[in-house]
Write a protein that binds this ligand. Structure first.
Ligand SMILES: [Zn+2]
Length: 410
Protein backbone atom coordinates (compact mmCIF):
# COMPACT_ATOMS: atom_id res chain seq x y z
CA UNK A 1 0.00 0.00 0.00
CA UNK A 2 1.32 3.45 -0.81
CA UNK A 3 1.74 6.04 1.94
CA UNK A 4 -1.13 8.00 0.52
CA UNK A 5 -3.45 5.01 0.56
CA UNK A 6 -2.47 4.28 4.16
CA UNK A 7 -3.22 7.87 5.15
CA UNK A 8 -6.61 7.74 3.46
CA UNK A 9 -7.47 4.50 5.18
CA UNK A 10 -6.43 5.86 8.58
CA UNK A 11 -8.65 8.90 8.13
CA UNK A 12 -11.51 6.73 6.91
CA UNK A 13 -11.33 4.53 10.03
CA UNK A 14 -11.09 7.64 12.23
CA UNK A 15 -14.21 9.13 10.63
CA UNK A 16 -16.09 5.82 10.97
CA UNK A 17 -15.23 5.71 14.67
CA UNK A 18 -16.43 9.31 15.17
CA UNK A 19 -19.70 8.37 13.52
CA UNK A 20 -20.46 5.76 16.17
CA UNK A 21 -22.47 7.61 18.81
CA UNK A 22 -20.68 6.51 21.95
CA UNK A 23 -21.97 9.66 23.61
CA UNK A 24 -22.89 9.78 27.28
CA UNK A 25 -25.33 9.25 28.90
CA UNK A 26 -26.39 6.44 26.52
CA UNK A 27 -23.34 5.44 24.55
CA UNK A 28 -23.77 2.95 21.72
CA UNK A 29 -21.09 0.56 22.95
CA UNK A 30 -22.41 -2.38 20.91
CA UNK A 31 -21.63 -0.68 17.60
CA UNK A 32 -18.19 0.36 18.88
CA UNK A 33 -17.39 -3.23 19.84
CA UNK A 34 -18.48 -4.48 16.43
CA UNK A 35 -16.29 -1.85 14.78
CA UNK A 36 -13.29 -2.84 16.91
CA UNK A 37 -13.82 -6.55 16.27
CA UNK A 38 -13.78 -5.97 12.50
CA UNK A 39 -10.74 -3.72 12.88
CA UNK A 40 -8.88 -6.44 14.79
CA UNK A 41 -9.68 -8.91 12.05
CA UNK A 42 -8.50 -6.51 9.36
CA UNK A 43 -5.18 -5.98 11.17
CA UNK A 44 -4.70 -9.59 12.20
CA UNK A 45 -4.89 -8.86 15.92
CA UNK A 46 -6.38 -11.10 18.58
CA UNK A 47 -9.69 -9.75 19.81
CA UNK A 48 -11.40 -10.36 23.11
CA UNK A 49 -13.83 -8.58 25.36
CA UNK A 50 -13.80 -8.45 29.13
CA UNK A 51 -17.20 -8.20 30.76
CA UNK A 52 -17.55 -5.44 33.34
CA UNK A 53 -21.31 -5.69 33.83
CA UNK A 54 -24.47 -6.42 31.87
CA UNK A 55 -23.98 -3.50 29.44
CA UNK A 56 -20.30 -2.84 29.67
CA UNK A 57 -17.32 -4.55 28.13
CA UNK A 58 -13.72 -3.57 27.60
CA UNK A 59 -12.22 -4.62 24.27
CA UNK A 60 -8.63 -5.83 24.01
CA UNK A 61 -6.87 -6.00 20.63
CA UNK A 62 -3.63 -7.85 21.05
CA UNK A 63 -0.48 -8.13 18.96
CA UNK A 64 1.10 -11.11 20.55
CA UNK A 65 4.85 -11.51 20.74
CA UNK A 66 4.86 -15.32 20.76
CA UNK A 67 8.34 -15.85 22.13
CA UNK A 68 8.23 -13.16 24.79
CA UNK A 69 7.64 -13.60 28.49
CA UNK A 70 8.40 -9.92 29.08
CA UNK A 71 5.78 -7.60 30.50
CA UNK A 72 3.45 -6.19 27.86
CA UNK A 73 2.71 -2.61 26.92
CA UNK A 74 -0.85 -1.37 27.21
CA UNK A 75 -2.14 1.31 24.84
CA UNK A 76 -5.27 2.59 26.54
CA UNK A 77 -8.14 4.68 25.25
CA UNK A 78 -11.73 5.26 26.28
CA UNK A 79 -14.58 4.67 23.87
CA UNK A 80 -17.13 7.11 25.28
CA UNK A 81 -17.39 10.83 24.54
CA UNK A 82 -19.17 13.71 26.27
CA UNK A 83 -22.53 15.18 25.14
CA UNK A 84 -22.80 17.96 22.56
CA UNK A 85 -24.82 21.14 22.12
CA UNK A 86 -25.58 20.53 18.49
CA UNK A 87 -26.81 24.09 17.80
CA UNK A 88 -23.28 25.42 18.44
CA UNK A 89 -21.59 23.15 15.92
CA UNK A 90 -20.71 24.21 12.38
CA UNK A 91 -21.01 20.58 11.19
CA UNK A 92 -23.07 17.72 12.64
CA UNK A 93 -20.95 16.57 15.62
CA UNK A 94 -21.07 12.87 14.71
CA UNK A 95 -20.37 13.32 11.02
CA UNK A 96 -16.57 13.36 10.98
CA UNK A 97 -16.86 16.01 8.29
CA UNK A 98 -13.56 17.40 7.01
CA UNK A 99 -13.28 21.14 6.33
CA UNK A 100 -10.09 23.04 5.53
CA UNK A 101 -8.00 20.01 6.46
CA UNK A 102 -9.68 19.69 9.85
CA UNK A 103 -11.59 16.60 10.92
CA UNK A 104 -14.56 17.72 13.02
CA UNK A 105 -16.47 15.62 15.50
CA UNK A 106 -17.02 14.78 19.13
CA UNK A 107 -14.07 12.68 20.23
CA UNK A 108 -11.62 13.91 17.59
CA UNK A 109 -9.36 15.08 20.46
CA UNK A 110 -10.83 13.18 23.40
CA UNK A 111 -9.85 10.52 22.52
CA UNK A 112 -10.94 8.58 19.48
CA UNK A 113 -7.92 10.01 17.64
CA UNK A 114 -5.53 8.17 19.96
CA UNK A 115 -7.40 4.85 19.73
CA UNK A 116 -7.17 4.94 15.93
CA UNK A 117 -3.56 6.17 15.94
CA UNK A 118 -2.49 3.15 18.02
CA UNK A 119 -4.14 0.77 15.56
CA UNK A 120 -2.90 2.54 12.43
CA UNK A 121 0.64 2.56 13.83
CA UNK A 122 0.29 -1.18 14.28
CA UNK A 123 -1.02 -1.57 10.72
CA UNK A 124 2.11 0.15 9.39
CA UNK A 125 4.48 -1.78 11.63
CA UNK A 126 2.88 -5.02 10.49
CA UNK A 127 3.15 -3.98 6.85
CA UNK A 128 6.84 -3.31 7.46
CA UNK A 129 7.14 -6.85 8.95
CA UNK A 130 8.15 -5.51 12.34
CA UNK A 131 8.24 -8.12 15.10
CA UNK A 132 7.62 -6.78 18.60
CA UNK A 133 9.61 -8.35 21.41
CA UNK A 134 6.88 -7.52 23.89
CA UNK A 135 3.18 -8.14 23.53
CA UNK A 136 1.10 -5.05 22.74
CA UNK A 137 -2.46 -4.70 24.01
CA UNK A 138 -4.74 -1.95 22.73
CA UNK A 139 -7.40 -1.51 25.36
CA UNK A 140 -10.73 0.24 24.73
CA UNK A 141 -12.67 0.99 27.91
CA UNK A 142 -16.16 2.38 28.55
CA UNK A 143 -17.34 5.12 30.90
CA UNK A 144 -14.19 7.20 31.43
CA UNK A 145 -16.23 10.34 30.90
CA UNK A 146 -18.50 9.55 33.84
CA UNK A 147 -15.71 8.80 36.29
CA UNK A 148 -14.48 5.34 35.28
CA UNK A 149 -16.01 3.61 38.34
CA UNK A 150 -17.76 1.05 36.13
CA UNK A 151 -15.01 1.16 33.51
CA UNK A 152 -11.29 1.10 34.29
CA UNK A 153 -11.69 0.95 38.06
CA UNK A 154 -13.86 -2.15 37.78
CA UNK A 155 -11.61 -3.71 35.12
CA UNK A 156 -8.55 -3.47 37.36
CA UNK A 157 -10.18 -5.78 39.92
CA UNK A 158 -10.53 -8.63 37.39
CA UNK A 159 -8.12 -11.50 36.80
CA UNK A 160 -8.54 -11.06 33.04
CA UNK A 161 -6.78 -7.73 33.40
CA UNK A 162 -3.99 -9.14 35.54
CA UNK A 163 -3.49 -11.82 32.89
CA UNK A 164 -2.49 -9.12 30.40
CA UNK A 165 0.83 -8.92 32.32
CA UNK A 166 1.10 -5.17 31.82
CA UNK A 167 4.42 -3.43 32.44
CA UNK A 168 3.69 0.04 31.09
CA UNK A 169 0.66 2.06 30.01
CA UNK A 170 0.19 4.87 27.53
CA UNK A 171 -3.05 6.81 28.00
CA UNK A 172 -4.59 10.14 27.05
CA UNK A 173 -3.14 13.61 27.50
CA UNK A 174 -4.21 16.99 26.17
CA UNK A 175 -3.61 18.98 23.01
CA UNK A 176 -0.96 21.67 23.13
CA UNK A 177 -1.34 25.09 21.57
CA UNK A 178 2.43 25.45 21.15
CA UNK A 179 4.98 23.13 19.53
CA UNK A 180 5.68 21.41 22.87
CA UNK A 181 3.99 18.09 23.62
CA UNK A 182 2.35 17.73 27.01
CA UNK A 183 3.28 14.57 28.89
CA UNK A 184 1.47 13.68 32.11
CA UNK A 185 2.93 11.55 34.89
CA UNK A 186 0.10 12.11 37.37
CA UNK A 187 -3.42 13.42 37.85
CA UNK A 188 -4.58 15.86 40.51
CA UNK A 189 -6.62 14.34 43.32
CA UNK A 190 -10.30 15.23 43.13
CA UNK A 191 -12.56 16.12 46.04
CA UNK A 192 -16.17 17.17 45.42
CA UNK A 193 -17.88 18.37 48.57
CA UNK A 194 -21.15 19.81 49.74
CA UNK A 195 -21.19 21.80 52.95
CA UNK A 196 -24.59 22.34 54.54
CA UNK A 197 -24.79 25.25 56.98
CA UNK A 198 -27.84 25.75 59.20
CA UNK A 199 -28.99 28.64 61.36
CA UNK A 200 -31.90 30.55 62.82
CA UNK A 201 -34.71 31.70 60.57
CA UNK A 202 -37.21 34.55 60.84
CA UNK A 203 -38.55 37.68 59.14
CA UNK A 204 -36.29 39.30 56.56
CA UNK A 205 -36.65 42.70 58.30
CA UNK A 206 -35.01 41.58 61.56
CA UNK A 207 -31.43 41.08 62.69
CA UNK A 208 -31.53 37.39 63.49
CA UNK A 209 -28.57 35.91 65.42
CA UNK A 210 -26.59 32.87 64.25
CA UNK A 211 -27.88 32.67 60.67
CA UNK A 212 -26.94 30.18 57.95
CA UNK A 213 -25.76 33.11 55.81
CA UNK A 214 -23.09 34.12 58.36
CA UNK A 215 -21.72 30.60 58.34
CA UNK A 216 -21.81 30.52 54.53
CA UNK A 217 -19.96 33.87 54.52
CA UNK A 218 -17.19 32.58 56.80
CA UNK A 219 -16.87 29.42 54.75
CA UNK A 220 -16.82 31.20 51.41
CA UNK A 221 -14.25 33.74 52.58
CA UNK A 222 -11.88 31.00 53.71
CA UNK A 223 -12.35 28.82 50.62
CA UNK A 224 -11.95 31.74 48.23
CA UNK A 225 -8.90 32.99 50.13
CA UNK A 226 -7.32 29.57 49.57
CA UNK A 227 -8.25 29.91 45.91
CA UNK A 228 -6.71 33.39 45.63
CA UNK A 229 -3.49 32.27 47.34
CA UNK A 230 -3.13 29.38 44.91
CA UNK A 231 -3.88 31.67 41.98
CA UNK A 232 -1.08 33.97 43.13
CA UNK A 233 1.24 31.01 43.52
CA UNK A 234 0.47 29.94 39.95
CA UNK A 235 1.20 33.43 38.67
CA UNK A 236 4.53 33.82 40.45
CA UNK A 237 5.57 30.26 41.13
CA UNK A 238 8.52 28.57 39.61
CA UNK A 239 9.66 24.96 39.79
CA UNK A 240 13.28 24.04 39.05
CA UNK A 241 13.47 25.41 35.52
CA UNK A 242 9.98 26.52 34.44
CA UNK A 243 6.86 28.33 35.62
CA UNK A 244 4.38 26.47 37.80
CA UNK A 245 1.50 24.88 35.88
CA UNK A 246 -2.17 24.31 36.62
CA UNK A 247 -1.59 20.63 37.46
CA UNK A 248 0.87 21.68 40.18
CA UNK A 249 -1.42 23.87 42.26
CA UNK A 250 -4.72 23.27 44.08
CA UNK A 251 -7.87 24.80 42.64
CA UNK A 252 -11.15 25.40 44.47
CA UNK A 253 -14.34 26.48 42.73
CA UNK A 254 -17.74 27.19 44.22
CA UNK A 255 -19.94 25.37 41.73
CA UNK A 256 -23.39 25.42 43.39
CA UNK A 257 -25.10 27.53 46.03
CA UNK A 258 -28.61 26.58 47.12
CA UNK A 259 -30.92 27.97 49.79
CA UNK A 260 -33.81 30.22 50.66
CA UNK A 261 -37.55 30.03 50.03
CA UNK A 262 -38.78 33.59 49.79
CA UNK A 263 -37.23 37.04 49.66
CA UNK A 264 -38.50 38.19 53.09
CA UNK A 265 -37.60 35.00 54.96
CA UNK A 266 -34.13 34.41 56.42
CA UNK A 267 -33.16 30.91 55.16
CA UNK A 268 -32.57 28.19 57.72
CA UNK A 269 -29.89 26.59 55.58
CA UNK A 270 -27.56 26.90 52.60
CA UNK A 271 -25.80 24.19 50.69
CA UNK A 272 -22.48 25.13 49.10
CA UNK A 273 -20.83 22.80 46.61
CA UNK A 274 -17.13 22.97 45.77
CA UNK A 275 -15.04 21.27 43.11
CA UNK A 276 -11.53 20.93 44.54
CA UNK A 277 -8.57 19.58 42.56
CA UNK A 278 -5.52 18.96 44.67
CA UNK A 279 -1.88 19.33 43.74
CA UNK A 280 0.41 16.27 43.80
CA UNK A 281 1.27 15.15 47.33
CA UNK A 282 -1.12 17.74 48.77
CA UNK A 283 -4.07 15.51 49.58
CA UNK A 284 -3.59 14.97 53.31
CA UNK A 285 -2.84 18.63 54.00
CA UNK A 286 -5.93 19.69 52.05
CA UNK A 287 -8.18 17.31 53.98
CA UNK A 288 -6.70 18.69 57.19
CA UNK A 289 -7.48 22.24 56.02
CA UNK A 290 -11.10 21.24 55.31
CA UNK A 291 -11.60 19.55 58.66
CA UNK A 292 -10.08 22.51 60.55
CA UNK A 293 -12.22 24.93 58.56
CA UNK A 294 -15.42 23.10 59.48
CA UNK A 295 -14.40 23.35 63.15
CA UNK A 296 -13.57 27.03 62.87
CA UNK A 297 -16.95 28.14 61.45
CA UNK A 298 -18.65 30.10 64.28
CA UNK A 299 -21.71 28.10 65.40
CA UNK A 300 -23.82 27.18 68.43
CA UNK A 301 -23.45 23.43 67.97
CA UNK A 302 -21.79 20.95 65.61
CA UNK A 303 -25.08 19.91 63.95
CA UNK A 304 -25.24 23.30 62.25
CA UNK A 305 -22.45 22.43 59.81
CA UNK A 306 -22.24 19.20 57.80
CA UNK A 307 -19.55 18.23 55.33
CA UNK A 308 -20.57 15.67 52.69
CA UNK A 309 -18.09 14.08 50.27
CA UNK A 310 -19.79 13.58 46.90
CA UNK A 311 -16.57 12.28 45.42
CA UNK A 312 -13.17 11.67 46.95
CA UNK A 313 -10.37 10.19 44.87
CA UNK A 314 -8.13 9.70 47.89
CA UNK A 315 -4.43 10.44 47.50
CA UNK A 316 -3.12 9.64 44.00
CA UNK A 317 0.20 8.07 43.14
CA UNK A 318 2.49 9.58 40.52
CA UNK A 319 4.41 7.63 37.90
CA UNK A 320 8.11 7.68 38.77
CA UNK A 321 9.94 9.71 36.14
CA UNK A 322 12.98 10.47 38.29
CA UNK A 323 14.58 7.05 37.93
CA UNK A 324 15.60 5.32 34.75
CA UNK A 325 13.47 2.33 33.62
CA UNK A 326 13.00 0.40 30.36
CA UNK A 327 9.73 2.12 29.56
CA UNK A 328 10.80 5.64 30.54
CA UNK A 329 14.04 5.41 28.58
CA UNK A 330 12.22 3.90 25.59
CA UNK A 331 9.48 6.53 25.66
CA UNK A 332 12.03 9.35 25.81
CA UNK A 333 14.13 7.81 23.05
CA UNK A 334 11.09 7.47 20.78
CA UNK A 335 10.19 11.12 21.36
CA UNK A 336 13.75 12.23 20.71
CA UNK A 337 13.85 10.33 17.43
CA UNK A 338 10.68 12.16 16.39
CA UNK A 339 12.18 15.48 17.57
CA UNK A 340 9.31 16.01 20.00
CA UNK A 341 9.84 18.69 22.61
CA UNK A 342 8.26 17.51 25.86
CA UNK A 343 6.76 19.25 28.86
CA UNK A 344 6.38 16.82 31.78
CA UNK A 345 3.55 17.84 34.08
CA UNK A 346 0.49 16.75 36.07
CA UNK A 347 -2.92 16.42 34.41
CA UNK A 348 -5.17 19.18 35.78
CA UNK A 349 -8.29 16.97 35.81
CA UNK A 350 -8.71 13.19 36.04
CA UNK A 351 -8.09 10.33 33.61
CA UNK A 352 -8.28 6.54 33.89
CA UNK A 353 -4.54 6.57 34.53
CA UNK A 354 -5.15 7.49 38.15
CA UNK A 355 -6.67 4.04 38.78
CA UNK A 356 -3.78 2.34 36.99
CA UNK A 357 -1.11 4.28 38.88
CA UNK A 358 -2.80 3.68 42.21
CA UNK A 359 -2.48 -0.09 41.80
CA UNK A 360 1.14 0.17 40.71
CA UNK A 361 1.20 0.40 36.90
CA UNK A 362 3.43 3.14 35.47
CA UNK A 363 1.22 5.23 33.18
CA UNK A 364 1.97 8.23 30.99
CA UNK A 365 -0.71 10.51 29.56
CA UNK A 366 0.20 11.56 26.04
CA UNK A 367 -1.99 12.66 23.13
CA UNK A 368 0.29 13.71 20.27
CA UNK A 369 -1.44 16.95 19.25
CA UNK A 370 0.68 20.10 18.99
CA UNK A 371 -0.20 23.49 17.50
CA UNK A 372 -3.80 22.58 18.25
CA UNK A 373 -6.36 24.47 20.35
CA UNK A 374 -7.58 22.51 23.37
CA UNK A 375 -11.15 21.65 22.37
CA UNK A 376 -11.97 18.61 24.45
CA UNK A 377 -15.58 18.76 25.67
CA UNK A 378 -15.96 21.99 23.66
CA UNK A 379 -18.13 22.87 20.65
CA UNK A 380 -16.61 22.20 17.22
CA UNK A 381 -13.98 19.82 18.53
CA UNK A 382 -11.59 19.05 15.69
CA UNK A 383 -8.17 17.71 14.85
CA UNK A 384 -6.18 18.75 11.79
CA UNK A 385 -5.58 15.89 9.36
CA UNK A 386 -1.83 16.37 9.31
CA UNK A 387 -1.63 16.44 13.12
CA UNK A 388 -3.62 13.21 13.25
CA UNK A 389 -1.36 11.53 10.67
CA UNK A 390 1.83 12.78 12.32
CA UNK A 391 0.58 11.21 15.56
CA UNK A 392 0.58 7.80 13.84
CA UNK A 393 4.27 8.22 12.97
CA UNK A 394 5.01 9.17 16.58
CA UNK A 395 3.27 6.05 17.90
CA UNK A 396 5.22 3.91 15.42
CA UNK A 397 8.46 5.13 16.98
CA UNK A 398 7.14 4.81 20.51
CA UNK A 399 5.90 1.27 19.95
CA UNK A 400 9.18 0.28 18.29
CA UNK A 401 11.22 1.66 21.14
CA UNK A 402 8.97 0.16 23.79
CA UNK A 403 8.98 -3.30 22.21
CA UNK A 404 12.33 -3.76 20.49
CA UNK A 405 14.89 -4.90 23.00
CA UNK A 406 13.68 -5.34 26.49
CA UNK A 407 16.65 -4.64 28.69
CA UNK A 408 15.21 -5.79 31.97
CA UNK A 409 12.21 -7.86 32.81
CA UNK A 410 10.47 -5.54 35.24
ZN1 LIG B 1 -10.64 11.63 27.58
Amino acid sequence: MTDNKQDELAIQRFVEYIQIKTVQPEPDYDSALKFLKNYAQELGLEYRTIKLDQDRHAAVLTWLSPSSTEKSILLNSHVDVVPVFEEHWIVPPFSGEIRDGKIYGRGTQDMKCVGIQYLEAIRRLKTAKYEPKRTIHCLFVPDEEIGGERGMKQLLTLDEFKDLNVGFVLDEGLASESDVFQVYYGDRACVWIEIIVKGNTGHGSRLIENTAAEKAQFLLNEMLKYRTDEKERLKKGQTADKPLQLGEITTINLTKLDGGVQINVVPDQYTLAFDCRIKPNGYDAFKQFLNDLIKRIPKNNDEEVTLVYKQDSGPLLLTDIENSSWWLDSFKRGCEEMKCKLNWTVFPAGTDSRFLRNVGYPAIGFSPMINTPVLLHDHNEYLAKDVFLHGIDIYIRLIENLTNEPKFNV
